[in-house]
Design a protein around this ligand. Structure first.
Ligand code: 0X9
Ligand code: ZN
Length: 696
């Protein structure tokens, strides 16, 4: 998840200068020639008093998230940084004198595991993270060894740095004509540094292929579907991250803290793609040389998980190029998101999983909170039309891997994410998995455990969660089915063109899908419903007037400290909104906990916006009882804040929806012989005989 980025954004005061300094030190000079250069150091600065912490805060240094009551860990990037500390009279101890040279313990753990392991329990037996070349080789080998079951293909658009982007399609007679089976899509590595997300996608492909023909459940699922796996969506970013991260990685030295993310040189923690300048392609192979390296996700590039069309340009995405969540110049401006758009627009993808790291979450739509009102629609987002079914599957999957199942917006608002678009445009169910507890790319044994399940989830894990998703993909109750008679060999086409809402306007989408009628002159086509969820009836909760409960507090919290405020909610409300405000454009965070009977706390909401944005956490249908509202001063120079908790009774109303149709055509020898509109709902089966198509 992004919270650590946000914190870092705050703590280095969004100082691009610092980042560029780090970058230059980190990459542009080869290690051997760099002996004279200053090496980034991790130091522990003594800050026994509040004044010391405040003073440190003013020096423009790269503070990390690691701090205690009498110290703060800081990354020093230059002699000027050292001088600034000295001039301020703050004492410090050097913890890691040379961040560039220090071998990561993490890499050592990986090396030791690989050396000690002949074959891991993963389907592939791998014991180390794949490189980009490994992914390509593994996909090629799967297809070569199982030509009737696996097809390797290149997506339509190469990456900005000129690399092909590959996927595999798995299914019975996969190279034969498409007979209208439902499609399951599994994606990995939208974000460069999130290596396990590609591993799990790839392992699932290997798993299906390896067990096809022997495991009954898997054989049945593969026979009834087409599974498309694109393990590395962001090939350019991953190549940089994997290469740099394989050399030096400081996480373990800093126990996973942000100091290590920022201190690790180069692109090990790159998040975004290789877009250097909006609208311009740079010569192939020049991304590494041309890009500002991006430890921690800063630097150049577009955040591919903010570049999709669904509500593009809204909250939780930035219009600043250097921001980790930069949304890009326009919706679908990037070849990587265009690839997935075309893939999902050309098939009936009934279920999609896009993998990320980390936070142990199964996230379902919507990406942005239900009370937000996109100007393009003028009504609150509400819950998705299919909330009950989406939640049921999300919860079932989370029971396998032990993750938390929740709406994506409950993590933080996003717009322009993969399933913000795919679900709303196609109706196919879409989920984001945030794999792993602590790290973007943890030691490899964790990747094994998360896939196969460990402890109470042994034998389940993401493997079982993915199988449930695939079962959902083939379950006709969750999509729609067209059947009928049509001439053998004819091409059937379902097509639809519509406007998908962005935050402020819309983009035009066309879904254009085909299948070929089999030799018996009958067809069964598993399709997505004709009416999109985004235009269906929408239940919206509107807050009428004043809050039913409202409490406000003011207080002060010194930098790096937090303050807990208890609050008793003693009446039934529909929405609880907790807001935190303070006078300066810097960073405080807010966490909301439910106090349990035994005094323990369960987090029920949080808000960790970027620098300058005020914090707001929203709870739907909150239970009555005691809450703890935690104000965290990450880097605000003004420790005085106002905290408000307001409970609203909402009126639920239904905004009536539209009915949309597919256009079904029957084509022979490239000529359209029959055309009928088709209206079909989720769970419905409809018989459409295409008799005219048979006449000469
Ligand atoms: O911010 C993101 O893109 C995802 N977290 S990550 O740390 N992997 O970057 C979370 C996205 C959640 N929102 C939606 N899926 N809509
Ligand atoms: Zn991610």
């Amino acid at each position: 998840m992004l919270s650590s980025i946000r914190r870092r954004a705050t703590l280095c005061g969004l100082s691009t200068a610092v980042l560029i300094g780090l970058t230059t030190a980190g990459l542009s000079v080869p290690a051997a020639a760099e002996d004279e250069a200053f090496r980034p150091q991790l130091v522990t600065v003594d800050t026994p008093t509040r004044e010391d912490k405040r003073l440190l805060q003013t020096l423009g240094l790269d503070l990390t998230e690691h701090a205690g009551h009498d110290y703060v860990e800081v990354v020093l990037h230059s002699p000027a940084d050292v001088a600034a500390l000295a001039a301020a009279g703050l004492g410090f101890d050097v913890r890691i004198p040379d961040l560039l040279r220090r071998e990561a313990e993490n890499n050592a753990v990986n090396a030791a595991y690989a050396a000690a392991t002949l074959s891991s329990p993963l389907p592939s037996g791998r014991d180390a993270y794949r490189t980009l070349a490994d992914y390509d080789a593994d996909m090629a080998a799967l297809a070569a060894e199982h030509p009737d079951l696996v097809r390797k293909f290149a997506l339509p658009h190469p990456s900005l740095d000129g690399r092909p982007i590959h996927g595999v399609e798995i299914g019975k007679d996969v190279t034969g004509p498409d007979r209208g089976l439902p499609v399951f899509v599994m994606l990995g590595l939208h974000h460069a540094r999130e290596w396990p997300s590609g591993e799990h996608a790839m392992e699932f492909a290997v798993d299906l292929v390896k067990n096809y023909g022997t495991d009954r459940r898997i054989t049945d699922l593969v026979d009834r579907s087409r599974v498309i796996v694109v393990p590395v969506v962001n090939v350019d970013g991953f190549e940089l991250s994997r290469t740099d991260g394989g050399l030096i990685d400081l996480r373990e030295l800093d126990r996973g803290g942000t100091g290590s993310l920022l201190g690790t040189p180069g692109n090990a923690y790159k998040r975004k793609n290789c877009r250097l300048v909006d609208g311009q392609d740079t010569p192939d192979g020049t991304c590494r040389a041309g890009s500002i390296t991006s430890p921690g996700g800063f630097g150049t590039g577009v955040d591919l998980n903010r570049n999709y069309g669904g509500y593009w340009g809204g909250p939780g995405a930035s219009d600043l190029v250097a921001d980790p969540t930069y949304r890009g110049a326009t919706a679908f401006s990037e070849p990587e998101t265009q690839n997935i758009r075309e893939l999902v627009s050309g098939r009936h993808v009934t279920t999609l999983i896009t993998n990320h790291t980390f936070s142990n979450l199964v996230l379902r739509p919507n990406g942005a909170a239900p009370d937000l009102v996109p100007p393009s629609e003028g009504i609150p987002l509400g819950d998705p039309f299919d909330e009950a079914a989406l939640k049921e599957l999300g919860d079932a999957m989370a029971a396998q891997n032990g993750y938390t199942s929740q709406h994506a917006w409950e993590l933080y608002d996003t717009t322009g994410s993969t399933e913000d678009w795919s679900y709303n445009a196609t109706g196919g169910f879409g989920y984001t998995f945030e794999i792993g507890a602590h790290e973007f790319h943890p030691p490899f044994p964790e990747v094994v455990d998360e896939y196969l399940g460990a402890g109470p989830h042994a034998g389940k894990g993401n493997r079982e969660a993915y199988l449930l998703a695939l079962e959902n993909a083939v379950n006709p109750e969750t999509h729609s089915v067209l059947t009928g008679k049509a001439p053998a060999g004819a091409t059937l086409r379902l097509k639809k063109t519509f406007a998908s809402p962005t935050w402020e306007g819309s983009i035009q989408d066309t879904l254009d899908t085909t299948m070929t009628v089999g030799p018996n002159g009958r067809y069964t086509w598993h399709v997505n419903p004709s009416t999109r969820p985004v235009v269906m009836d929408r239940q919206v909760e509107t807050i009428s007037g004043e809050p039913a409960v409202s409490r406000s507090w003011t207080g002060t919290t010194a930098p790096t400290q937090s303050t807990d405020q208890e609050f008793v909610l003693d009446r039934d409300v529909d929405l609880l909104e907790v807001t935190l405000d303070w006078p300066t454009p810097d960073d405080m965070d807010l966490e909301v906990y439910r106090k349990n009977a035994d005094g323990s706390l369960t987090e029920v909401g949080s808000s960790g916006n970027f620098v300058g944005e005020k914090e707001r956490a929203l709870l739907q249908d909150p239970d009555q009882g005691t809450y703890v509202l935690r104000v965290i001063n990450f880097a605000s120079v003004t420790p005085t804040w106002t905290l408000t908790a307001a409970g609203f009774v909402a009126e639920t109303s239904t905004v009536p929806g539209l009915v949309e149709s597919w256009t079904l055509t029957c084509e022979r020898d490239g000529r359209v012989l029959e055309r009928v509109p088709v209206v079909i709902d989720r769970g419905q089966q409809l018989k459409v005989d295409l008799k005219a198509c048979g006449r000469r």
